[in-house]
Design a protein around this ligand. Structure first.
Ligand code: HMG
Ligand code: MG
Length: 288
């Protein structure tokens, strides 16, 4: 029995690779995106136009965008922390951008060197310009359950920020359990609060698998109506400014799980497993 569509937003080439110790050559990143392009994803996050002093792993994002073979029907996305990054992303030809805020002050400061309020001020001109150009803007919220610096985060704080980003024009709010601290009960409390202010069809779960609970958190999210989940092939990733954030939930595991439950993802498991092996090998070159 089919339970209907469920989308996996592939973030491996960005969230997966931004935390790797090895300097991954642009051609390898391009090869990964190209392989993923044929897997059936509608959206792939493949770049990040941030300061290379802050995240050296994402330097070369313009070259990645220029080098990939675009496939019709796939939207290629990138992170943009400020107007400078947004302009660079547009010049590189991205199809959509993502701004990223935090529900906690501590992470906001460490990650983007701004308070939450200051970050909103930085994002406002991006959303304004994107509206005129018809560029979709996704809004990330980090630390939706717990912050590595401030501790537990109140569901109300996440809901207030989600409401703000959605009213500013973000078409979807991706809820980041940045350090994988969430459990089904805390994820449910957070989602119930957010669902009150943003339609559930505009929410995505972005769960790191630090403690092996991401899949249980996805199940809870499914039961509360979410149908979009971010994942990274090979389970790579993390945020350099979130100690212990290692490991996005693995795309190949999420896809197998959703298909087994009866959802339609449109994602080819064989290609995803091939991409996972490629992603692991990219990391393995230094870990081995
Ligand atoms: P800052 O140091 O406060 O900014 O950084 P600044 O304006 O003083 O600029 C510092 C230098 O960076 C200057 O260069 C700027 O030109 C340059 P200098 O004059 O020193 O040579 N610069 C830039 N260069 C390239 N692209 C840009 C850019 N902007 C300034 N866009 C800033 C502020 C936001 C730039 C910095 O903090 C930054 O880049 N942070 C990014 C951190 C990051 O990427 N973290 C990982 C992504 S978030 C994440 O992973 C979480 C998520 O997955 C969800 C979840 O799991 O929770 C999304
Ligand atoms: Mg993340």
């Amino acid at each position: 029995m089919s339970l209907g569509p469920c989308e996996i937003f592939e973030v491996g080439p960005r969230d997966g690779l931004q935390n790797e110790a090895r300097e991954i050559p642009v051609r390898e990143k391009i090869a990964l995106v190209d392989l993923l392009s044929g897997a059936g994803f509608g959206r792939i996050e493949c770049a990040s136009f941030v300061s290379p002093k802050w995240v050296p792993q994402m330097a070369g994002s313009g070259e990645v965008m220029a080098g990939i073979s675009r496939r019709e029907g796939v939207r290629y996305a990138a992170l943009t922390p400020n107007m400078r990054g947004y302009e660079d992303a547009l010049a590189a030809g991205v199809d959509e951008v993502a701004i990223f805020a935090s529900a906690s002050e501590g992470f906001s400061r460490k990650n983007i060197n701004a308070s939450v309020a200051e970050s909103i001020e930085r994002f406002a001109p991006i959303l304004e310009d994107a509206r005129h150009r018809d560029i979709p803007v996704r809004g990330y919220i980090s630390c939706v359950v717990e912050c590595p610096y401030d501790g537990p985060v109140a569901p109300g704080a996440v809901a207030a920020l989600a409401d703000r980003l959605f009213s500013m024009g973000c078409y979807e709010i991706s809820l980041g359990d940045t350090i994988g601290a969430g459990r089904p009960d805390s994820i449910a409390r957070m989602l119930l609060a957010v669902r009150d202010v943003v339609p559930v069809g505009r929410l995505a779960g972005h769960y790191h698998d630090t403690h092996g609970r991401a899949m249980a958190n996805i199940d809870t999210s499914l039961s509360l109506g979410l149908r979009v989940f971010d994942a990274a092939v090979g389970g790579l990733g993390g945020c350099p400014y979130a100690p212990g954030s290692a490991g996005n939930v693995a795309t190949e595991a999420v896809n197998a799980h959703l298909l087994a439950l009866g959802y339609k993802t449109g994602v080819d498991q064989t290609i995803v497993e091939e991409a996972a092996a490629m992603a692991q090998a990219m990391r393995g070159a230094v870990d081995a």
